[in-house]
Design a protein around this ligand. Structure first.
Ligand code: GH3
Ligand code: MG
Ligand code: MG
Ligand code: MG
Length: 312
């Protein structure tokens, strides 16, 4: 576990490396100045295997919300510096994260409850809280958050990552390239004559083809590759740590498998192919837009030179 000290800004790196070392870990942040209550809450949560971090004042609390992006925050109202309501207010203004904030206070009067909810608190928990109720509560909220996180990044039809997730991942990969020179390749994959599939067999069958394509790629791609639905019948495959040549071989393998794959509508068997444009990151192409435009140009070349092919 990690306990913050009172000076803001300190131990930031410790927290960040802690978070990075275990990205799957979900943190619960306690922002409170009551040492006895903190000790109780912290040990109750840690006993159940949750990871807890603590801020003893509001300023540090806000910092940790941004640095650690905790899954759940227990926020006290009466704090030595900024009160809990002001914290809610400032979080609300810059709300881009999906942190669940529960106000936890012994001042559980009607006015405070209304104010907390109005400022975006997810719950108002009155102090003191029973350990078993706390456990049930945290389990419930973390499960709900997981569902939400999933829904936000996954495309419902194909169950691959969506465009929003792709854009975030691409940015991270570009940053890594700039920082440590780690190579990656992006492939835009567009199904060929897909309009015709819909026109011939209907939209539901078209949907089945999209799903079937996603399953096929998931089977053939490597663990680290990230498949996203970019929109419609267009997908992108992000291949971290991969030079263009190697990426090409993988896309080619997928292309051949797709070409072979039989789809069935009523009693008719049919095949669907795709075209792909690949681009590897390099010093002249290290912005999302430029990189995608280059991949798109390669895709266009694949389309105009006969489809069912990959072009670098
Ligand atoms: P090209 O080989 O040049 O890519 O031709 P195309 O027909 O695949 O391309 P076009 O952009 O003309 O048509 C794409 C079609 O994809 C049109 C659209 O109705 C269909 N489409 C987009 N999203 C979905 C979807 O979620 N389900 C189904 N069934 N069809 C979709
Ligand atoms: Mg207090
Ligand atoms: Mg198409
Ligand atoms: Mg298209």
């Amino acid at each position: 576990f990690y306990e913050t000290n009172h000076h803001s800004g300190e131990n930031v790196e410790v927290v960040q490396s802690l978070v990075k070392s275990d990205m799957s870990k979900e943190f619960i942040l306690i922002i409170d100045d009551d040492m006895v209550f903190i000790a109780y809450l912290k040990s109750a949560l840690e006993k159940k295997g949750f990871s807890v971090i603590v801020a003893h004042n509001g300023k540090r609390g806000i910092e940790l919300i941004y640095e650690v992006q905790p899954a759940l925050v227990f926020l006290d109202i009466a704090l030595p510096d900024i009160d809990g309501f002001s914290i809610l207010n400032s979080i609300k203004k810059i709300k881009k994260d999906r942190t669940f904030i529960a106000v936890m206070s012994s001042y559980h009067n009607k006015e405070n409850r209304i104010r907390a909810y109005a400022l975006g608190a997810m719950d108002f928990v009155s102090k003191p809280i029973d350990e078993d109720i706390l456990f049930a509560y945290v389990t419930n909220r973390l499960a709900y958050r997981k569902e939400l996180e999933y829904a936000i990044v996954i495309d419902e039809l194909t169950q691959v990552y969506n465009r929003k997730h792709f854009e975030g991942k691409l940015k991270i990969l570009i940053e890594r390239y700039k920082k440590i020179g780690e190579m990656f390749t992006v492939a835009i994959i567009d199904l060929d004559f897909f309009k015709k599939v819909n026109d011939t067999y209907g939209h539901l069958i078209g949907d089945e083809v999209l799903k079937g394509f996603a399953v096929l790629v998931k089977e053939l791609k490597r663990e680290q590759d990230i498949l996203c639905r970019y929109g419609g019948e267009e997908f992108v495959l992000l291949m971290p740590n991969t030079e263009v040549d190697e990426a090409y071989l993988l896309v080619e393998k997928i292309r051949q498998a797709m070409e072979q794959k039989a789809f069935i509508a009523n009693d008719t068997m049919f095949h669907v192919t795709f075209s792909s444009g690949l681009m590897g990151v390099n010093e002249h192409y290290m912005h999302s837009k430029k990189l995608l435009e280059a991949a798109d140009r390669a895709l266009y070349a694949a389309k105009t030179t006969g489809r069912n092919r990959a072009v670098c």
